[in-house]
Design a protein. Structure first.
Length: 83
């Protein structure tokens, strides 16, 4: 048995995942079959495309990987793995 918690003025980001599907769909104003073409076009015009922007400063994942692997605890684990 699942309890549903409803709050009238809860922002969409703070919804309880145990709420009923109807309550969850009401907050972002969507439907189980998705957005209509008109609503999708309106949101595209208002918010822009749903895609990630590139990282500032270019590709930094090699530096971030090296930084993660050279932390003291990671170094200790590397030594333990070699032993």
């Amino acid at each position: 048995m699942t309890e549903t918690i409803t709050q009238a003025s809860t922002p969409a980001a703070a919804l309880d995942p145990t709420e009923a599907v109807e309550d969850l769909l009401r907050s972002p104003k969507t439907h189980t079959e998705g957005l209509s073409s008109r609503e999708a076009q309106r949101r595209l015009a208002q918010y822009g495309p749903n895609q990630l922007s590139p990282a500032p400063g270019g590709v930094q994942w090699p530096r971030e990987l090296a930084r993660q692997l050279s932390r003291p605890l990671a170094l200790l684990l590397w030594v333990a793995a070699l032993l």
